[in-house]
Design a protein around this ligand. Structure first.
Ligand SMILES: *Cc1c(COP(=O)(O)O)cnc(C)c1O
Length: 393
């Protein structure tokens, strides 16, 4: 997902994938000539310029039906750092950030940059969302030492935010939601995932997400004062008189990036619908396999996730290699899960992770993109099924 640009790329000997795992499709700047000229003429290239403001206004109107406020940021990782820091204050009451181990490394990294220690909970066997019983057990054990609840909306699946609000109220522990993949997700009642939440949700607009631009993020909540403070923090902690009034950093989104976000907003419904339809086709064509149980109407899917039967889990690498030989890209997000990463082994605390462990070793991520066709899904499934049945497929 986040390929290091520092490492020397391997020699390009592998055959080109006919069906890549991801096919990022951000709005094409090459077709936005007049809008780019407008930015040049405005003389505003960043600093919450007119395109940023237009994007924020339009996404609240179109996606959140007029409810709440938002702040566009340079990426979701910076957005999480800001939202967590703002939520815990400058003298946090505890040292832990309660989050699932089954998430992307950025969730934990953001907590670490806020001076917190990730505390990993288990996930639910069906929804792959953080498990309520596991969270509650850790809350009982660590109590006052937990500074923030930081659940992840796994693969854009909708979290029960009312339960988290209750938990936050009952314990006095602030809540920030890593909704990185959730821009485009829809609840059962047809509202956007996050709609009306008084705690901040942080979404990503990275090229690999469903709401794909290049780099970008969005902090949303129905709390104008909080967004105003976060905007200051994202702009070096400066007030209108250019005086530093609080700790801050630079998390501003450039005007050009905001232009891409605005263009993506206009197509996100079609994009998410198409991805949902391809996901349902996978489920239909792989009837014996376990998929994530969706809690909403729609998820901002980045790939199609499926579990191998437990007996096949040890053969996952061979199955993926066989698929690659047939030009089909596949992966295994989020496996290894965070508690297994070398850095986090030394810097974190965990509860029991039995379900995380099992799901992550069985996880296979299959191709999904804006341009994926039904015929390609059929081909992927045929190759996947052959690879599962036979090492030499
Ligand atoms: C992609 C992702 C992020 C990071 O988003 P960026 O915009 O790339 O910083 C954080 N958390 C999760 C769960 C993600 O999937």
């Amino acid at each position: 997902m986040h390929i290091s640009t520092l490492a020397t790329p391997p020699p390009n000997t592998a055959p080109a994938m006919q069906v890549p795992l991801l096919a990022p499709n951000p709005p094409r700047l090459s077709t936005l000539g007049p809008e780019l000229e407008e930015i040049e003429q405005s003389g505003m290239f960043s600093n919450f310029g007119p395109v940023n403001m237009k994007f924020e206004t339009e996404i609240i109107a179109r996606m959140f039906h007029g409810t709440g406020t938002c702040l566009a940021v340079a990426n979701a990782t910076l957005g999480l750092m800001l939202a967590v820091r703002q939520a815990i204050g400058w003298q946090p009451r505890g040292r832990y950030a309660l989050m699932p181990s089954f998430t992307f490394t950025a969730t934990a990294q953001a907590a670490i940059w806020c001076g917190l220690t990730p505390l990993f909970c288990d996930i639910d066997r069906e929804t792959w969302l953080p498990d309520a019983a596991s969270e509650e057990a850790l809350l009982r054990h660590y109590g006052n030492e937990i500074a923030v609840l930081l659940p992840n909306a796994t693969y854009g699946n909708c979290l029960d935010l009312a339960r988290y609000e209750r938990l936050s109220l009952a314990t006095g522990i602030p809540l920030v939601i890593d909704a990185a993949a959730g821009l485009g997700s829809m609840r059962l009642d047809g509202e956007a995932f996050g709609h009306g939440s008084t705690s901040p949700l942080v979404y990503s607009m990275h090229a690999t997400k469903c709401f794909a631009t290049g780099e970008g993020g969005l902090i949303y909540c129905d709390d104008t004062a909080r967004i105003t403070e976060l905007r200051r923090m994202a702009g070096f902690g400066l007030d209108a008189a250019k005086l530093t009034v609080m700790p801050g950093l630079n998390a501003k989104l450039s005007e050009v990036a905001a232009l891409q976000a605005l263009a993506k907003l206009r197509e996100i419904d079609a994009v998410a619908r198409h991805r949902g339809a391809m996901q349902r086709l996978y489920e239909e064509l792989l009837p014996g396999f376990t998929f994530q149980r969706l809690t909403g109407q729609r998820s901002g899917l980045q790939f199609a996730s499926v579990l191998l039967p437990a007996a096949l889990a040890p053969r996952r690498a061979a199955i993926l290699a066989a698929m690659a030989r047939h030009g089909i890209g596949a992966g295994h997000y989020f496996s290894p899960h965070l508690a297994e990463h070398p850095f986090f082994k030394e810097t974190t605390a965990t509860g029991g992770l039995a379900v995380t462990q099992e799901i992550s070793r069985r996880m296979v991520s299959l191709p999904l993109s804006d341009t994926l066709t039904a015929a390609q899904v059929r081909e992927v499934c045929a190759v996947f099924l052959r690879a599962c049945g036979d090492d030499d497929a």
